[in-house]
Design a protein around this ligand. Structure first.
Ligand SMILES: Cc1ncc(COP(=O)(O)O)c(C=O)c1O
Length: 417
C-alpha cells in the first residue's frame, strides 16, 4: 500500500465501498421520486465526485467554488442544491444561472437570491430552509400531540409550547446523563441555530416569494445535524416538515414540489459495531407521505456516503514521554484531520503493521502543528510504534478534505503607498 503513495500522509479510498454506500441509498429510494444530493462538503475529491456522478448522484453545495468543481465533475445543476447561510452575490448568480435549486436562509439571503435572478434574467427555484426545532439528540420537544389540534393549524405562526416531550433515552439508569452523540457544533436544526429561518417568519417569506416573479417556491428544506444515531429523530423532523408542506400548500402555494430532509445519518466512528439507522430506515420515515403528497424527495447524505470509504494514513515520526504522558508524533495533524481538535471527536486509530512483541501502552497521538490543540487521538492503547511505522485513521476522509476547501480570495498584499 505504502509503495503506491507518493508521500505521507495520504488519504486512502475504497471505490467498492463508495459504490456500496451510494447503492444503499439508491435501493432505499426504490419507487420514490427522489434526488440523492451528495453533500460535497464532506469530501470534494474529484475522482469521488466523478464516481458518484456516474452512479447517478446529484449534489449539494455550499460555495460557488464547490459549484464549479461539481460542474467540472459532470453533475447536472438541475439536480443540485446550493445551501448556506452566507452565500455571496457572485455565488448566487452562478447558481441561478446554472439552474440549481437555491436554499433561502434569511431575509438578506432572499434579497440576494432575488437580485441574482434579476441579474441573470432567470427564475430562481428556491427552497425555504426551515428550522423544525428538533433536537438531534433527543428528537422533537415541540411537536404537538395531534396535528389537528387548533394550535397546529398554522404551525409556523404559533408553534405550540412543548406538549409531547418524549425525552428519549438520554439518561442512563440511575439518572446519569449519557454522553451526547451529536456535538452542539454539528446540531443545526434548533430554534437558536444560525441556519434557516424562524417558523414565526415563514408567512413573510411566503408572501415575498409569491410577489417576486423571479422566484419560484420549489420546496422546503431542513437539516437537523450530523452523526444522528436514532431513526426516531428523523421521523419527528419528517412529520414536522410534512405538516409545513401541507400548510404552505393550503395557503395557495401550490408550486411547492420538493421536500428536502437534509443529511445526517451517523457512522460507526468508534468501530464498536453499535447499530445505526440505515438509509432504508431513514427513507421509511417519509416514504408514504412523499408519495401521498406527490413530492420529490431530496436527501443530502455526506459522511454516510463517503467517510466509511476513506481513511487517512500517517507515518510515525517518533515517540516521546513528558511527565506521565506518552506521545506518538505523526506527520499528519489537525490541519488535515480537524474533527478531534475541533469538537473532541473520536477517530479510530490503528497501526497498520504493529511489531510483534511491541509493548502496549497508552498514548496521545499528536501532530507537528505548534498548538496543544493539535491532537488526533487521546489516551489510545497501542503497541509502541517505531519511527517510520504507519498509522491508519479510520473514516478520516469525511469532513476533513471538505472542511478545508471553502476557498475565498487570493491574499491581499499592501504596498508601501
Ligand atoms: C445542509 C446540510 N446538508 C447535508 C449535510 C451533510 O450531513 P451528513 O454528513 O451528516 O450527512 C450537512 C452537513 O453539515 C449540511 O449542513
Amino acid at each position: 500500500m505504502r509503495s503506491k503513495a507518493e508521500a505521507s500522509p495520504f488519504y486512502l479510498y475504497s471505490q467498492p465501498q463508495l459504490t456500496a454506500n451510494f447503492t444503499a441509498y439508491r435501493d432505499a429510494l426504490e419507487g420514490v421520486d427522489a434526488i440523492i444530493g451528495y453533500a460535497v462538503k464532506a469530501n470534494n475529491n474529484l475522482s469521488i465526485l466523478k464516481h458518484l456522478q456516474k452512479l447517478g448522484s446529484g449534489c449539494v453545495l455550499v460555495s460557488g467554488n464547490e459549484l464549479k468543481v461539481a460542474l467540472a465533475a459532470g453533475f447536472d445543476p438541475e439536480r443540485a442544491v446550493f445551501n448556506g447561510n452566507g452565500k455571496l452575490p457572485w455565488e448566487l448568480r452562478l447558481a441561478v444561472q446554472s439552474g440549481t435549486l437555491v436554499n433561502v436562509d434569511s431575509e438578506f439571503d432572499l434579497a440576494n437570491v432575488s437580485a441574482a435572478a434579476k441579474a441573470t434574467g432567470k427564475v430562481a427555484r428556491v427552497l425555504l430552509r426551515i428550522n423544525p426545532d428538533v433536537d438531534p439528540q433527543v428528537g422533537s420537544l415541540f411537536l404537538p400531540t395531534s396535528p389537528s389540534s387548533a394550535s397546529f393549524s398554522c404551525p409556523f405562526l404559533r408553534f405550540p409550547p412543548p406538549v409531547c416531550s418524549k425525552e428519549r433515552e438520554n439518561r442512563l439508569p440511575g439518572g446519569k446523563k449519557k454522553l451526547k452523540q451529536v456535538h452542539p457544533y454539528v446540531s443545526t436544526g434548533l430554534a437558536s441555530s444560525k441556519f434557516g429561518i424562524r417558523n414565526s417568519k415563514l408567512s413573510w417569506f411566503l408572501g415575498e416569494i409569491a410577489a417576486d416573479r423571479g422566484l419560484d417556491l420549489a420546496g422546503v428544506h431542513s437539516h437537523l445535524g450530523s452523526t444522528i444515531s436514532k431513526v426516531d429523530i428523523f421521523r419527528d423532523a419528517a412529520a414536522a416538515m410534512v405538516e409545513f408542506v401541507r400548510e404552505i400548500r393550503s395557503q395557495g402555494h401550490t408550486s411547492l414540489r420538493f421536500l428536502n430532509i437534509g443529511g445526517g445519518l451517523g457512522i460507526d466512528y468508534t468501530r464498536s459495531g453499535a447499530p445505526l439507522p440505515t438509509p432504508a430506515e431513514l427513507i421509511s420515515t417519509v416514504r408514504e407521505q412523499v408519495s401521498d403528497l406527490g413530492l420529490t424527495l431530496v436527501i443530502e447524505p455526506g459522511r454516510s456516503m463517503v467517510a466509511t470509504a476513506g481513511a487517512l494514513v500517517c507515518e510515525v515520526t517518533g515517540t516521546k514521554q513528558n511527565g506521565d504522558k506518552r506521545f506518538v508524533v505523526v506527520d499528519g495533524s489537525m490541519s488535515i484531520l480537524i474533527r478531534p481538535s475541533l469538537y473532541d471527536a473520536y477517530q479510530h486509530i490503528e497501526l497498520t503493521a504493529p511489531h510483534p512483541g511491541a509493548v502496549e501502552d497508552t498514548f496521545d497521538v499528536v501532530g507537528p502543528v505548534c498548538e496543544s490543540a493539535d491532537f488526533l487521538g487521546k489516551a489510545r492503547r497501542l503497541a509502541t510504534p517505531s519511527a517510520g511505522g504507519e498509522m491508519i485513521f479510520f473514516f478520516g476522509a469525511g469532513f476533513e478534505v471538505g472542511a478545508r476547501r471553502r476557498k475565498r480570495r487570493k491574499k491581499l498584499t499592501l504596498s508601501k503607498n
